[in-house]
Write a protein that binds this ligand. Structure first.
Ligand code: NCD
Length: 304
């Protein structure tokens, strides 16, 4: 029995196998319709979510299982002062697998100690978000046919953006990937993330201009400025419109660029870009459901 707290809990081989299973689920959907019969997923969301929570639930339902849970801390006993560990331990008596999101970094890790059922980190504060990374990897592999040999631009809030931290952790383990980290000075990737890139010998550059980076990129990963993690509103307002991707800015991009975004978007991608065939962020939403099907099957040892 294993938990998934950080994307590095999975080896590259394990990730590749989860993505292979996801490919098979896409190709042979009906084969998987009942594999989770009798199994229950609990989604414990102490922080808002649309895609992550609903994709977990849709994934379990599509596999023939059932779901329970809560979508805000106020509707759980957390509102009465219960500790996260006690809440999660309680829920482990009701469910076979738990997906949990929390605004505090490290909360899922703390909650997973001594837990008798597998726990999946569905996002902890500004730290990491391993299942979004599996989503991103499946999207990139299906669009590009590979995960190595790519130049990946990550743009926006690289400081608080947990999806960025986890994706860097995963992709830096594939061969010959180059990263271009595009952010305002104040929102650069944290030191522990760039130290990780240095330690594994990954090629990366930090820059402030999206226009300058654009012609070199195979993947452009746009992100939202994470308002809820800012200490003061004035800084958020000053930084929130730094990067807005428009059709005009894409004129210098490669013809086979793929544009990803974990969503939700605020205004960092103009809606006119949605019609560009290079925009794959809504396909990415679909892959998020599929890859969570593959992940839960793997974690529960369920076979088709
Ligand atoms: C992301 C998250 O929650 O970190 N969204 C998601 O899970 N799809 C990104 C964000 O909120 O900006």
């Amino acid at each position: 029995m294993r938990h998934l707290i950080d994307i590095t809990d999975l080896s590259i081989d394990e990730i590749d196998r989860i993505l292979d299973l996801a490919d098979d689920i896409i190709a042979n959907g009906p084969k998987y319709a009942h594999v989770m019969q009798g199994k229950k997923l609990a989604t414990l969301f102490f922080e808002p979510s649309t895609r992550t929570r609903l994709s977990f639930e849709a994934a379990m339902l599509e596999l023939g299982g059932s779901v329970l849970g809560f979508s805000e801390a106020q509707s759980s006993s957390a509102a009465k002062g219960e500790s996260v560990s006690d809440t999660v331990r309680t829920v482990s008596c009701y469910a076979d697998i738990i997906a949990m999101r929390h605004p505090k970094e490290g909360a899922p890790m703390a909650a997973s100690r001594k837990l008798a059922v597998p726990l999946i980190n569905a996002g902890d504060g500004g730290h990491c978000h391993p299942t979004q990374t599996l989503t991103d990897l499946l999207t990139i592999r299906r669009e590009k046919g590979r995960l190595g040999g790519l130049t990946v631009g990550m743009c926006g809030d690289l400081k608080f953006g947990r999806t960025v931290h986890s994706l860097l952790n995963a992709m830096s383990r594939y061969q010959d990937v180059k990263f271009v980290l595009i952010s305002p000075e104040e929102l650069r990737a944290p030191g522990y993330v760039t130290a990780m890139l240095q330690n594994c010998g990954a090629a990366y550059r930090e820059m402030t201009s999206l226009e300058e980076a654009m012609p070199h990129l195979d993947i452009l990963y746009m992100t939202r400025v994470q308002r809820e993690r800012f200490f003061n509103e004035a800084d958020y307002i000053r930084l929130k419109d730094t990067y807005i991707l428009t059709a005009r800015k894409l004129e210098s991009a490669k013809a086979d660029l793929s544009i990803l975004h974990p969503l939700p978007r605020v205004n960092e991608i103009a809606t006119e870009v949605d019609d560009d065939p290079r925009a794959v962020y809504f396909k990415q939403v679909y892959y998020g459901k599929i890859v969570r099907m593959a992940l839960m099957m793997t974690m529960l040892g369920v076979k088709a």
